[in-house]
Structure formats: structure tokens, C-alpha cells
Design a protein around this ligand. Structure first.
Ligand code: UD1
Length: 420
């Protein structure tokens, strides 16, 4: 098992090129099941979650080739596809469920093991089920699987009781090949949904409204192959902004869409971080003003993203002053707090709110990455801690951050990845 060894690092300086978005590429890869023609996806990050999705597509019957050097994946999902997803892959990545909607639409049946709970919460699938049923599929829930069947999907109307990203994407994909029009209300508005909609429309789908709370998809007979470059990863962007902030550094981030991270930029500006947009990218300066605390509350997009909550909390532990962090999206997303407290932080949890007494000096410790984003939060905290920090279970980090140690080392972080 690999781990990170981290020592206190000075202000991080230099340029970081942000990779393609994990959360955009996963549903887009799943969407390639909607056609038997080849699709070419560009700027694909080399991540273990992407590998899982590739294996899942292969297990269903797609031919996949991955040109790592040029970051291009080509998928061809020929005429004969299996209808079931293997448990061992679904258990590795909850995002596997994205393949269910397109497979159902393409073949009339899809049986998937239930992903179950995960490190950050229960993660139910009721909204995915509700969406498939709105398209007149018959859905059977077993103890540990979900199966949907439909001789023909028929456009329908669905209101999502919560704007779930995955359910919005699954329903959108299934609706592309349904007869008639589907309307998704209270849809998630994340940029990854818009990117998926752009990809689907390039394949010949007729979707409107992605990026707003109401999405309309007029079904078509069939879709065709296409090429697409995925959007930059806004969570990686935010994570490096926080790396600059916590070390009082000065970073230039390239391949970014500032509009996708405006909530994070607003909250960091309240703390005293200065942003400058120029032709090359977005400069993040935390060496101009003294940094102060602020409160954050996670919300569906365009609110503050849950995927940056733990990294922001690391910043708040080292900035002077009291702050609160409220997590409204996932109930299990405070597991990093125990690890931060072991490093000397003073954070108390009251239900879904964490009270942070910032400004405590942190010291190195032997700690564990408890999930993907929490792993990075601990790395950020470790950059400011006296002494050496050892972080185990870093496979979580490698699920979602491409070339993480290389990118961090290049800007001056004292981080080493070692095999146990
Ligand atoms: C996606 C992202 C993940 C991010 C999350 C929220 C991917 C691969 N993952 O996950 O990084 O943290 O959005 O921005 O894109 N829910 C239900 N019923 C359902 C589905 C979801 O109650 O059927 C609830 C969940 O328990 C959770 C909330 O909705 O409380 C948000 O989940 P959702 O938006 O579906 O997250 P994911 O799509 O799984």
C-alpha cells in the first residue's frame, strides 16, 4: 500500500495545469453506450476511477482503447452488449451506476448491483429508480441489485426531490432514445451535467436546458459517434487554490473555467485571497493580505461544492478566528475531522455543523485518508504542520487527482509517495 510522507513546505509557487474533469468524463464514457459508432473522448485524466469505468464498459461488450500519452479514449459499443454489470467493479466505484441509463435505453434491460454505502454516506438510488419509472421502465429492487426493463422507453415527467447529479445524468442519457419528450424538474445544474448534455447533443440527441433546473429531452431514433474534449476539473482547480491559500503561496492555474468555481473564489476572497485572470490562466495570490476566517455551507451547484468542503476546512484550521462549516449534501463527510484533530486542530462536530477554532499550530502525525477529498485536505494541512506527516490509504486520492505528487512537487511541496 502506498502512502505520502509530507513535511512543512514554504509558500507554493509556479504553474499547475488542471486536468480534465473526473466527474465529467465518467458519465460521458457511460454515454458512449448509447451508440454503436466510435466516440473519441479527449483530455481524459489518468485516474483509477476512469480505469474502473473503462473495465465496466469492456465487461458490457464495448471495445475501448486508451491513448495515455495523448489523453484520448476511443469507445466502440458494437451491436451485442451484455445487460449486467459485474459486482466487483460497481463495488469499487459508485459512479458505475451512470452506465445503467444508457444501457437500458440501448438494450431494453439493465441489471446493476447496488453500490451500497460508501465512505461519505448512505448514497441511495431512489431518484435513479424514480427517473427510470417516469420513462415507463419496470424497475425491480432486489436486496443487492436494481434491474430495469422496458420494451420501449417513453418520455415522461420527473421531479427530483433533491437535485441529484447522478440521477439527472442517468435520466438525461436514458431519455435521449425514448419516444417523446422527457422533462426533468429540479435537475442538478453542475457544469458536468452541461458537459454531458453538450456531448449527447453532438451525438445527435435533442436536449435543452442543461445547466438550469429544468431539462427537456426530445427522444430520437438513434445516436451517432462523435468527438469531445471534457471540461477542466473544477474540484482539482479549487484544491490547488486552497493549496496556494494554506501555504500563503502564489499559483498560476491553467486550463480553468473561473465561472465553474465562482463560489469557491468568493469564499476565498472573503478570506483575503486575491485572484487575477489573465490570458494564461487564473493567478491565485495568498501572499498579499493576511488571511481571515469565514463560514462555509455546502449546497448544490452553483453553491459551495461538497467536494471542496474538507480542503476548505483545512485552511480554516490554520487561519486565525472561529468559523463554522455546514455540510448539507452528504451525512458522512466529516471523517477528516478526527484526523485533523490528531494533528492539533480544534474542531467540534454538532450534527452537520463543524465548529472550527482556527489558528492552532498543527504538528505532523500518522493519519489516514478517509475518502478521496478528505485525503487531499489532510495533505494540505500537512504542508503547514511542524514535523513529518504520514498519510496512508492514498489510493483514495489517486481515484480523483491526476499526477498529484508530481504537480505538488513541481510547485514546491515537500511530498513523497512511498510504497509500504
Ligand atoms: C456526484 C459527484 C460527487 C459529488 C456529488 C455532489 C460524480 C461521479 N460524483 O455524486 O463527486 O460529491 O455529485 O455534488 O459525479 N441522493 C438520493 N437519492 C438518489 C441519489 C442521490 O437521496 O437516488 C442523495 C445522496 O444521498 C446525497 C445527494 O443526493 O445526499 C447528492 O447525491 P448526488 O448528487 O446523486 O451525488 P452523486 O451523483 O453520487
Amino acid at each position: 500500500m502506498a502512502k505520502y510522507i509530507i513535511e512543512k513546505s514554504g509558500p507554493l509557487r509556479g504553474t499547475v495545469e488542471i486536468s480534465g474533469a473526473k466527474n465529467a468524463v465518467l458519465p460521458i464514457l457511460a454515454a458512449t453506450l448509447l451508440t454503436d459508432e466510435p466516440c473519441e473522448i479527449m483530455d481524459v485524466p489518468a485516474l483509477s476511477d476512469v480505469e474502473v469505468m473503462v473495465k465496466l464498459l469492456e465487461s458490457i461488450g464495448s471495445r475501448v482503447s486508451w491513448d495515455y500519452r495523448n489523453k484520448i479514449i476511443t469507445v466502440e459499443s458494437g451491436k451485442s452488449l451484455r445487460n449486467e454489470a459485474p459486482r466487483e467493479l460497481v463495488s469499487l466505484m459508485r459512479g458505475s451506476i451512470f452506465a445503467m441509463g444508457p444501457l437500458l435505453a440501448r438494450t431494453g434491460r439493465a441489471k446493476f448491483p447496488l453500490p451500497g454505502g460508501c465512505a461519505i454516506g448512505a448514497r441511495p438510488v431512489d431518484l435513479h429508480k424514480k427517473g427510470f419509472e417516469a420513462l415507463k421502465a419496470v424497475v425491480e429492487m432486489g436486496d443487492d441489485y436494481m434491474e430495469a426493463r422496458a420494451r420501449e422507453l417513453i418520455g415522461g415527467h420527473v421531479y427530483l426531490d433533491f437535485p441529484s447529479v447522478g440521477a439527472t445524468e442517468n435520466i438525461m442519457m436514458a431519455a435521449t432514445l425514448a419516444s417523446g419528450t422527457t422533462v426533468i424538474e429540479n435537475a442538478a445544474e453542475e457544469p458536468e451535467i452541461t458537459d454531458l448534455a453538450v456531448f449527447l447533443n453532438k451525438m445527435g440527441a435533442k436536449g435543452k436546458g442543461a445547466g438550469s433546473a429544468t431539462i427537456r429531452v426530445e427522444g430520437v431514433e438513434s445516436l451517432h459517434g462523435t468527438k469531445h474534449t471534457v471540461i477542466p476539473d473544477r474540484i482539482e482547480t479549487g484544491s490547488f487554490m486552497l493549496a496556494a491559500a494554506i501555504t500563503r503561496g502564489d499559483l498560476l492555474l491553467t486550463n480553468v473555467v473561473p465561472g465553474h468555481v465562482s463560489a469557491v473564489m468568493s469564499k476565498l476572497s472573503e478570506c483575503g485571497v486575491v485572484f487575477e485572470e489573465n490570458d494564461e490562466g487564473l493567478r491565485v495570490r495568498a501572499d498579499v493580505n493576511p488571511l481571515v476566517a469565514t463560514d462555509i455551507k455546502t449546497m448544490p451547484y452553483p453553491g459551495f461544492p461538497t467536494d471542496l468542503q474538507s480542503q476548505f476546512m483545512s485552511l480554516l484550521t490554520v487561519v486565525r478566528g472561529h468559523s463554522t462549516v455546514t455540510e448539507t449534501i452528504f451525512e458522512g463527510r466529516f471523517k477528516h475531522i478526527g484526523e485533523l484533530n490528531r494533528m492539533g486542530a480544534d474542531i467540534r462536530i454538532e450534527d452537520r455543523k463543524a465548529e472550527v477554532e482556527g489558528g492552532q499550530p498543527l504538528r505532523g502525525a500518522r493519519i489516514r485518508a478517509t475518502d478521496l477529498r478528505a485525503g487531499v485536505a489532510l495533505v494540505l494541512a500537512a504542508l503547514t504542520a511542524e514535523g513529518e506527516t504520514e498519510i496512508s490509504d492514498i489510493h483514495f486520492v489517486e481515484r480523483g487527482y491526476e499526477e498529484f505528487t508530481q504537480k505538488m512537487t513541481k510547485i514546491g511541496a515537500n511530498i513523497r509517495r512511498v510504497e509500504d
